[in-house]
Ligand binder design. Structure first.
Ligand code: AMP
Length: 216
């Protein structure tokens, strides 16, 4: 099953997408993670992307579109993939259509996850991420057993640079102007589903599974 998860920053695409991928053997393809690993490596692409990411702006379309194609046709995507954070505007959505057609790959569900702004800000500002395995925690809602230390692998937890107040505000604005129009783009499709992404994480996951219907 090939799934697109989209919605505002902090809505839980990464958290729920990771869980789906682990439970069903899908390949998680998170555009933000791909970009952050380029930044960490210090590649030219990473250095360029960082200037946009630091201020909460979108990295240019040509850069992100060029990064996604090899992932969706990778061998480990054969059982399915979960695309999180791509597409993030209509230009990217159109490029994805062409790419999928070129490789005869079909999307099975496009899921829009929604939550109100106060919930998003609260989630983003309390988010902690493991620097080794990428697993996410929250300072108040799902704190690690030992402060600063990942329960899963013992890695060090950090707060993302763009999870600070002013950049969160910019990212939410960018979402409204550039990504939210994807709702109009996808909502007429039979593949489209919308999921309430507020409340308990297990409940959100159940709603997501329901929205996906029969998962093979
Ligand atoms: P995320 O991890 O999804 O919150 O993404 C972090 C940052 O990476 C965003 O604020 C953007 O700067 C950049 N980014 C992620 N996905 C995309 C995309 N599809 N197009 C452009 N920039 C992106």
């Amino acid at each position: 099953m090939n799934i697109i998860l989209f919605g505002p920053p902090g809505v839980g695409k990464g958290t729920q997408g990771t869980r789906l991928s682990e439970d069903y053997g899908f390949l998680p393809i998170a555009m933000g993670d791909l970009l952050r690993s380029e930044v960490k490596e210090g590649s030219d692409l990473g250095l360029k992307a960082k200037t946009y990411m630091d201020v909460g702006a979108l990295v240019p379309d040509a850069v992100v579109i060029g990064m996604i194609e090899s992932r969706i046709v990778a061998d480990d995507a054969a059982k399915g993939f979960v695309l999180d954070g791509f597409p993030r505007n209509v230009v990217q959505a159109e490029a994805l259509v062409d790419m999928l057609a070129k490789h005869a790959v079909l999307i099975d569900r496009v899921v829009f996850m929604q939550a109100n702004k106060a919930v998003l800000v609260e989630r983003l500002s309390g988010r902690l991420i493991c620097s080794a395995c990428g697993f996410g925690f929250h300072r108040h809602h799902s704190p690690p057993e030992k402060e600063g230390c990942c329960d899963r692998c013992g890695g060090t937890l950090y707060q993302r640079d763009d999870d600070c107040e002013d950049v969160i505000e910019s990212r939410l604005k960018v979402y409204v102007t550039q990504t939210a129009p994807l709702l109009d783009y996808y909502s007429g499709s039979d593949l489209f589903r919308s999921v309430d992404a507020e409340g308990d994480l297990d409940d959100i996951y159940s709603r997501l599974q329901q929205a996906l219907g029969e998962i093979n």
